[in-house]
Design a binder for this molecule. Structure first.
Ligand code: F6R
Length: 244
């Protein structure tokens, strides 16, 4: 628990910097699992600052994003592809060919193969070393809404009503929010070697407490992190208010 989100994000970015630089010395790559939404923004800002001001190179970084809205072109202002370009990729030196997101434009009949190929690309890269997560008010990680099983893999999911309401502001109305997303599964996420879930603000306090202190249940996907050997919640003081 950190006093502020910026202090938490800076500590986390420092950790990633250390990992990236250690691997650079060994001539190895680092595979990062990345999230979108408002939560990781201070973390990405700090990575950009470290790149610009402290000489951090991310040339040996390979990335896999958790999810993308199904139906949105990469150029759509609310696509996660565009978000990642604006918030991180355009400002650092990760090679384009190392960047992976599920496609928002995959045809329905090709979704199964696309998702299977995404899993295979993660495996071929050696698996995810460091997975960044946020948490939705439904307890979702990625877009694994309530009911997602412990072993779920990358697939198309129907977004929960609450998730669509939370995104309504960005899309200027709930009716404009896509109904589906392609998301890594809970099982995909749990295969990462190290996982850090970030959460800021009082609005996340209740779901953080359910995820950390409640029973492990499909009703709260983030609760499955309790069963991972190296998963941490990095939160600010307001997000910790409901913890006992
Ligand atoms: C997005 C993602 C989601 C978000 C969650 C919280 O890639 O995986 O799980 O992390 O919906 O969103 P924010 O950070 O906007 O509160």
């Amino acid at each position: 628990i950190f006093e502020t989100s910026s202090a938490a994000a800076a500590a986390l970015a420092g950790e990633v910097k250390a990992l990236v630089e250690t691997r650079q010395k060994e001539g190895r790559q680092v595979v990062l699992g990345l999230a979108t939404g408002s939560t990781p923004v201070p973390f990405y800002r700090e990575l950009i600052r470290l790149h610009r001001e402290e000489g951090l190179s991310l040339r040996n970084v390979v990335t896999f994003n958790l999810d993308e809205y199904h139906g949105l072109a990469p150029t759509h202002p609310e696509s996660y592809f565009r978000f990642m370009r604006e918030q991180l990729f355009d400002h650092v030196d990760i090679p384009d060919e190392n960047i992976h997101l599920p496609s928002g434009l995959v045809a329905v009949e090709e979704i199964f193969d696309h998702c299977h190929a995404y899993e295979e690309m993660i495996d071929a890269a050696g698996g995810i070393d460091f997975q960044i997560l946020g948490i939705g008010r439904t307890g979702h990680i990625g877009f694994n809404e309530p009911g997602s099983s412990r072993d779920s893999l990358t697939r198309r999911i129907t977004l929960d009503r609450i998730t669509r309401q939370d995104a309504a502001g960005d899309f200027r109305g709930e009716e404009n929010v896509p109904r589906f997303a392609i998301t890594m599964g809970v099982g995909t996420i749990l295969r990462a070697r190290k996982i850090v879930l970030m959460a800021w603000g009082e609005g996340k306090a209740e779901v953080v407490a359910r995820a950390v202190e409640g029973v492990v249940t499909e009703a709260v996907s983030a609760s499955f992190l309790q069963e991972h050997g190296d998963a941490r919640f990095v939160i600010d003081a307001p997000a910790s208010r409901e913890l006992t």
